[in-house]
Write a protein that binds this ligand. Sequence first.
Ligand code: NAD
Ligand code: USQ
Length: 430
Amino acid sequence: MNVLILGIDGYIGWSLALHLLSRGHTVAGIDNFSRRTNVGSVSSDSAIPIPEIGKRIEACERILGKKIRFYEGDILNYDLLRKVFSEFRPESIVHLAEQPSAPFSMISREHAVYTQHNNVEGSLNILYAMKEFSENCHLVKLGTMGEYGTPNVPIPEGFFEVEYRGRKDLMPFPRQPNSMYHLSKVHDSANLHFACRVWNFRATDVMQGVVYGTRVTEMTDDTLLTRFDFDESFGTVINRYCAQAVIGFPLTPYGAGHQKRGFIDLVDSIQCLTIAIEKPADRAQYRVFNQLDEVYDITGLAEKVVEASSKFGLKVEVNHVPNPRLEKEDHYYEVEHNHLRELGFRPTRKIEQTLDIILEDLLRYRERILQHKDAIMPRTKWVEAKSPKPVGELLHERLVAYDGDISKISQKDGLASTHRLSMDGSGTKA
Ligand code: NAD
Ligand code: USQ
């Protein structure tokens, strides 16, 4: 199959490219290297050195005997998309080319605007390029589990059955994201759903959990490895913990540390995306996959990393730091994730095995992590310390306290001037 990977130079994009090639697919990719630039802008670098794209492609040809067709450029440039779509004629597109960091999107107004502009306009351009050149092409779009937030009910795969005033319908599950980045993905999902409903597109919207790991099996040589970030913006929690452990830096659960998230090994993320590509959605089908393997509490994860590190003679401490983000720190979290399993997904290995592999890989690059250790501690705050709690957060707390009965929320709860939603959906002033 002709697969076009948008964001091929990235953490997941490069890993996916190597795996798809090994399965006999023809792969082309686009990248504007913004990930490299953005990580540089927060004074950090990939712990694992990654050659520039020409050398990566050369290594791929030399070591794996496979060719990648690469287009340098920005997917915000529609003329570039015209050229790529008309030359390569993709049958499947995997869209990973977005600004993926929540903290980066929260640094300033400019970072928020950049993130949403890059992500939302980029995705729209893809939809219009599909409309112009390949309506039958299947789009696999990376969304994120964070689109849903952390509601106090189980999270279904995109849709849930609602009964309201005696009538039933299948509706999109509410999205309550916690950062400007996660919010950009919600806008993308709405646009994708629209394209499937109105233009009969076929699309899979992947609500992926946090990915961890250093490699996939095709990375048989160091020049084929993918990037690995550990700074406060671009490092994700397990990868950060491992990098911290390797340099003897205390692990940094934020706040109370009972935040729960869905996680997936890089190898399994690639396995799932491959399944989505090889078993595409039907015409006019908007398919949503919750792509994760296990749910972990972030302090429990820190303990797992401490244990794994001890096998390498590393003595590691855990030091909870004030939470720079506004998020629930102790909450209910249940996620349905059956669709990919029904299509054949089976997790490759246990997290303990992967932690060993990550630590072994990172120990070789300890000096590179040390060079950028100042980029580890969180500095980007969601709100300044003195800001009052946002009304949405207060409202949620009260709803939980009153078993979801909004009518019991009284003026005493400090929501007197809040514009409340009554149960029949009309707005009422408290
Ligand atoms: P990444 O930043 O490493 O990869 C994205 C790539 O796209 C980068 O190489 C970047 O340079 C490129 N890119 C960004 N904007 C572009 C543009 N306008 N034009 C051309 N290229 C552009 O990120 P990743 O970790 O590989 O994530 C890939 C996708 O998966 C993202 O959409 C991210 O939101 C999503 N995701 C990631 C994770 C995770 O834990 N890594 C989890 C859930 C979802
Ligand atoms: N966290 C810590 N300590 C750290 C880093 C993070 O406690 O040192 C906490 C965060 O506060 C959060 C959780 O760990 O509660 C996850 O944070 P993260 O940085 O690993 O993940 P997140 O910001 O949600 O973003 C990452 C990717 C993003 C992807 C998302 C999937 O950067 O691209 O969309 O994971 S998900 O979280 O399911 O939405």
